[in-house]
Design a protein around this ligand. Structure first.
Ligand code: TRP
Length: 451
């Protein structure tokens, strides 16, 4: 059977942008930035996107376009021996990541509905935090997790790629427009000045004292937000029928994705400061608490809120699809399973894995720190080693198709992947593992003991 290819030339970019832009930008970025000290984190994150994220997108692109296979099959075709297990790492990462991603996406659906039934008029930050608490735990959270996973399964089972392409074309610009509007409103708040100072001024003393947590957090966030480290971009590039300029595509994807995250910061921090909330305090509730206060204060806030939460839900859908597609394409290509049963079986398993997160938020930390701090970083490290040291010639040739020899840029790219990226990512991984072990033996052990 001939493999499907993208319906339109733009289809690939749109799908890749659809994968990249999601909860990573709107939910994860602002709360990690807040936890890691603001400007110092922002600086490191931006450096990582440019110096590591962009070349790492190309790493996945060349593997996918060259082999035209799912990530597991692709690595097996190109590598041998222990490299074959890399595909398994992707599968595990995909399961963990999608399971809690879907729970958080469900919260956005719930907030959309709250706007429809009640609006966002809240007395203050305490009430906003209480609302967040009621949305995120218990039956409501479980129900909306189920609804979201059902949507993801439905889309992947039907294989409606065209629907995704159209959806992204409308949604991504719309999200940018609403975010810019909210950022402009946030600019009028008295607290905006202090918030900008926090967000935009890197405190180098703080960075020096805390780099062991900021560095792995920035690396993890860069990989998470660009959908790297588990073969999503391999899968999408495997559907590329023609030779095109992969570097331009990677640049567009990274730039749009980063732009959206950075604007979210211009919305979230002024509202947190205005509410007198320490930016490091709210954790995963940051976006919800700041947005509900924003929508409470603006004329037409209820409508804007409904539209915005729904749009983020759709952006999350186009990201979640990319994760399930990796798992499903693996089952289809490798075991000859039909698309529909494969989608349903894996989707249900992912749903079940996410259930603990709807019961207690400690599991959100357990899953998110594992995925963002360890698994995605490990996956990206191994991919960089693989392309840089195992298949450098194949990779360079593949990159140069559709670009030309680039005056040696292809060779420079291989060397960047081979040494600096490997070193920085290795250090991040080490620190990420240490941090995760700390969490397991600290916060998580205490939580267990209190049971
Ligand atoms: N990048 C997406 C976001 O920011 C999430 C995502 C999609 C992802 N596919 C991924 C994260 C693969 C890690 C790996 O919301």
């Amino acid at each position: 059977m001939a493999r499907e290819t993208w319906a339109t030339r733009m289809g690939f970019i749109l799908a890749a942008v659809g994968s990249a832009v999601g909860l990573g930008n709107i939910w994860r970025f602002p709360f990690i930035t807040g936890q890691e000290g603001g400007g110092a984190f922002l600086l490191l994150y931006l450096l990582f996107v440019v110096l590591i994220g962009f070349p790492a997108i190309l790493v996945e692109f060349v593997i996918g376009r060259y082999t035209e296979l799912n990530p597991v099959g692709a690595i097996r075709e190109l590598g041998s021996g222990a490299w074959n297990y890399l595909g398994w790492l992707f599968v595990v990462t995909g399961f963990v990541t999608l399971s809690y991603y879907s729970v958080v996406a469900g919260w956005f659906l719930r907030y959309t509905l709250i706007g429809v039934t009640d609006g966002y008029a809240l007395a203050g930050p305490e009430e906003a935090t209480a609302l967040y608490g009621s949305v995120t735990t218990g039956l409501d959270s479980l129900l909306f997790h189920a609804v979201f996973m059902a949507l993801v399964i439905g889309i992947i089972a039907a294989g409606v790629r065209r629907g995704i392409e159209v959806g992204v074309k409308v949604m991504v610009p719309a999200i940018i427009v609403v975010l810019v509007g909210l950022a402009a409103y946030a600019f009028t708040l008295d607290a905006a000045g202090a918030a900008y100072a926090y967000y935009l001024t890197p405190d180098f003393g703080y960075l020096a004292a805390n780099w062991t947590s900021i560095l792995p957090a920035a690396a993890g966030q860069a990989f998470f937000t660009l959908s790297l480290g588990m073969g999503v971009m391999i899968t999408y590039a495997s559907y590329l029928g023609e030779d095109r300029n992969l570097a331009t595509d990677a640049g567009i994807i990274a730039a749009l994705d980063t732009l959206i995250a950075v604007i979210v910061g211009f919305v979230v921090f002024p509202f947190l400061f205005a509410a007198g909330i320490e930016p490091g305090g709210p954790g995963p509730s940051a976006i919800f608490v700041s947005l509900t206060s924003a929508f409470t204060g603006i004329p037409g806030g209820r409508i804007i809120g409904i539209v915005f939460f729904a749009m983020v839900g759709i952006a999350a859908l186009s990201s979640a699809i990319s994760i399930l597609e990796v798992l499903v394409s693996y089952l289809i290509d490798e075991f000859d399973v039909e698309r529909v049963p494969a989608s349903v079986a894996i989707g249900v398993a992912v749903f079940l894995l996410g259930v603990p997160v709807t019961i207690d938020l400690i599991f959100l930390g357990l899953y998110d720190n594992l995925a963002g701090g360890v698994l995605l970083v490990l996956g990206s490290l191994l991919l960089a080693l693989f392309v840089g040291w195992v298949i450098p010639d194949v990779a360079r040739n593949e990159l140069e198709k559709g670009i030309g020899s680039l005056g040696g840029l292809g060779t420079a790219w291989i060397w960047i992947v081979r040494i600096p990226i490997v070193i920085v990512v290795l250090v991040s991984l080490y620190l990420g593992v240490v941090g995760y072990v700390d969490f397991l033996t600290g916060g998580f052990a205490e939580w267990l003991a209190a049971r």
